[in-house]
Design a protein around this ligand. Structure first.
Ligand code: GLU
Length: 498
């Protein structure tokens, strides 16, 4: 389907009274990161304008929708702090806010359209439609309904109905002309009517399709601005035709740039984690995730990348919205998450880790955890890394002798270093970072050892890892006794190997 943009973005100061916006996810599968993204923009805009943010559950597709998915959406949005003012679990005049509880409403509107000639009954069977589609595909033509039933006369319709032939109700898109709408971000978007499909509005079982339910609900819920992702741009002309057919005032339309994989395709779980549960489990901070999602479609100002939800709300305007978003880049999210982690005090960070259940070390005295936190905080990218990066403080981890051996050296060299180091370590009376550092430096200088040849095996001996928290601080926390036991084990490992 082709469409084009004209200049002239609508005056953005319009319609800022009584802002009512909605996020309208379909509860299928895991709670999607795109739902958070769209909800964030709806929320920020509504709160900035002193308006209302609504959560509407679009569960018209009964076979794909599930209660668990709906609960997961609500739980995830709440976790992110995107609380709705009206929604399935909240009071509101235009409720209920779950489309499955509104099924009685839609057929009446379908009838209205039949009566005023904006829609028609289509008796085509699914076999005919499938065959039509196949032919169109084979001829490399755009797929869509060919309008066969538009031409049915009253008598024919009556006859088919008398015979109880099932039918759908389709939108009667004008055969000629154009349909346009204004997008706050993109300006005027125009479609040629012949390219717009005669969309099914009510299925033969009387259930509405997305398009009818969406427009009817947006109208009844007095939605002032429809803010959704770019993928709906081509659905909007159908909605505009519906508003016109009903004689209703249109909301404003805003299509946010899509979240994209590296190859620019729409974000998908084959190429990126898309479940909000995944981000939460990994230990991304909600502040960082929101900030990251905000950057996908908006900027707070030149060069500034880190901002809070509240700052986004305060400074929100569509003028700073982007037409096309950057690629959804997890490395960038890791970086942002790290920034948020480093901006916290060790106390605050530990509180978050404990409260949100990212650590099993809850029996460890807080003072000890805090001193370890000071060593790991700078390197952490996610909260779930905490336990992973501190495990060796509480239990020796298995490693093989090879790990002790510095680059370009062998086991007997390593055994020799460790052997030589033993007395020095045992002789350190005051087991503090400073004394340990001094003792090790003196050891290297006096014995003519290269530092890296000494520090690497020592690090592995103490932490069981090649990459760890700073060595001497770690030794201080572990204490002399434990360090010497670990050291002895390493010596033996190395001797057995050599
Ligand atoms: N139910 C649609 C979705 O899942 C809503 C699109 C819209 O906001 O109109 O994205």
């Amino acid at each position: 389907m082709s469409f084009y943009f004209l200049q002239g973005i609508k005056d953005m100061s319009q319609k800022l009274q009584n802002v009512r916006v909605r996020s309208a996810p379909s509860p299928t599968g895991d709670p999607h990161v795109g739902t958070a993204y769209v909800s964030l923009f709806n929320y920020a805009f509504a709160k900035n304008a002193g308006g209302t943010f609504i959560l509407r559950i679009e569960d018209t597709d009964r076979s794909r929708s599930s209660k668990e998915s709906e609960e997961a959406i609500m739980r995830s949005l709440r976790w992110l702090g995107l609380e709705w003012d009206e929604g399935p679990d909240k009071e509101g005049d235009p409720g209920p806010y779950r489309q499955s509880e509104r099924f009685g409403i839609y057929s009446k509107y379908g009838q209205k359209l039949l009566e005023n000639g904006s829609a028609y009954r289509c008796f085509c069977t699914s076999e005919r439609l499938a065959a039509l589609r196949k032919t169109q595909q084979a001829q490399k033509r755009p797929t869509g309904y060919d309008g066969l039933c538009r031409a049915l006369g009253e008598d024919e319709i009556e006859q088919k109905m008398a015979q109880n032939e099932p039918y759908t109700i389709r939108l009667k898109v004008p055969a000629e002309g154009e349909t346009s709408y204004e997008d706050y971000i993109r300006g005027t978007i125009t479609f040629r009517n012949p390219e717009i499909d005669d969309q099914v509005l009510l299925k033969s079982d009387g259930f509405p399709t997305y398009h009818l339910a969406n427009v009817v609900d947006d109208h009844l819920m007095e939605i002032s601005h429809v803010i959704r992702a770019e993928e709906w741009i081509t659905s909007t002309p159908k909605h505009v035709l519906l508003y016109n057919a009903f004689g209703w005032e249109q909301p404003a339309f805003i299509h946010l740039p899509l979240l994209r994989n590296k190859d620019k395709s729409k974000i998908s779980k084959r190429k990126n984690p898309v479940s909000l549960d995944w981000y939460r489990e990994k230990g991304y901070l909600k502040e960082a995730l929101l900030n990251f999602l905000a950057l996908m479609g908006w900027s707070i100002g030149a060069e500034r990348e880190k901002f809070t939800l509240q700052e986004m709300v305060t400074h929100f305007s569509w003028e700073r919205a982007k037409k096309s978003g950057p690629v959804f880049d997890l490395q960038k999210l890791d970086w942002l998450n790290g920034e948020y982690i480093r901006a916290m005090s060790p106390d605050e960070l530990l509180d978050r880790i404990v409260e949100e259940g990212y650590t099993d070390y809850t029996d460890v005295p807080r003072r000890k955890l805090l001193s370890i936190m000071e060593l790991v905080q700078d390197r952490m990218k996610t909260l779930s890394e905490f336990d992973e990066s501190i495990g060796f403080f509480f239990a020796r981890e298995p490693y093989d002798a090879e790990t002790l051996i510095p680059k370009k050296k062998d086991a007997s060299f390593t055994a020799e270093v460790l052997e030589a180091l033993k007395d020095t370590l045992e002789g350190v009376e005051d087991w503090t970072t400073e004394s340990l550092e001094q003792a090790l430096q003196a050891f290297c200088e006096e014995g003519g050892w290269k530092r890296r040849d000494v520090y690497m095996p020592l690090r592995v001996a103490i932490t069981c890892r090649r990459v760890s928290t700073p060595l001497f601080e770690t030794m201080e926390i572990l204490g002399k006794k434990e360090c010497l036991v670990r050291f002895q084990e390493a010596v033996e490992k190395c001797e057995n190997k050599g």
